[in-house]
Design a protein around this ligand. Structure first.
Ligand SMILES: [Mn+2]
Length: 237
């Protein structure tokens, strides 16, 4: 049976939910069935949704409210979506203890880090200047900076290489790691680009956007195929 992949997406101030098509495309083409959870505060709905899903996918988007990691909002923090934060923390807290596979991309990686007690740079250019443009000027579906895959990590085992090229559409990044998380990829300036959880069956978080490179880059496809195949093992027949 194709696994059901629970998607967490943008939620605006009126609680309207929207999802970028490349996330959906990457899941579908990799053999998963995307299932979008709109905004809700209903704990029973969230519990049932998580129970239905064979894996959960926290996608990219706006900044997380800094109070979530114990900081005042700096002048360089961008737009936030407090309703989305509330939903995603509730879903993560429900899903994480189940051991179901979890995937985070961009904001999703930051969300996972914060949910596990980590912190973020609110704005890389002002707090951590670098020659690398983590908000790339290249187009949406183009490569930009190199990514180093650390040895002895699941990402290295999966890709069999220490060097890949990614894209970059973020102005925030992981500052201190959440509990149980470890780094599996970095940019050349040391910015964390990939995380995994040592004691969790499958938690992978990427700061770049493999979904936008899916149709032209083998390593991007492999990341999704790996997630979907792990989810398929837990899917009901
Ligand atoms: Mn980057």
């Amino acid at each position: 049976m194709p696994p059901i992949i629970g998607l967490l997406a943008a939620v605006d101030g009126e609680a309207t939910t929207s999802i970028f098509r490349p996330y959906v495309h990457a899941i579908e083409v990799s053999g998963g069935v995307p299932l979008l959870l709109p905004y809700t505060e209903n704990e029973a709905v969230i519990r049932r949704f998580v129970g239905l899903c064979d894996g959960l996918f926290f996608t990219g988007g706006m900044d997380i409210v800094p109070a979530r990691y114990g900081e005042q909002t700096s002048a360089c923090c961008d737009e936030t979506q407090p309703l989305r934060d509330a939903l995603e923390f509730a879903v993560f807290n429900e899903a994480f203890p189940t051991g179901k596979p979890l995937l985070g991309i961009c904001r999703g990686a930051q969300l996972i880090n914060v949910a596990l007690g980590g912190t973020l740079y609110q704005d890389l250019p002002s707090e951590r200047p670098s020659p690398i443009a983590h908000r790339q000027s290249e187009g949406k579906f183009e490569f930009s900076h190199d990514i180093t895959v650390l040895p002895d990590t699941p990402l290295h085992a999966l890709l069999g290489t220490a060097h890949i090229c990614g894209n970059s559409f973020h102005h925030q990044a992981v500052k201190t790691l959440g509990e149980g998380l470890a780094v599996m990829a970095t940019a050349d300036d040391g910015v964390i680009e990939g995380l995994w959880a040592v004691d969790h069956p499958y938690l992978r978080a990427y700061q770049w956007h493999p979904e936008r490179l899916y149709d032209k880059d083998e390593s991007s496809r492999v990341l999704f195929q790996d997630f979907i195949s792990v989810c398929a093992k837990g899917a009901r027949s």
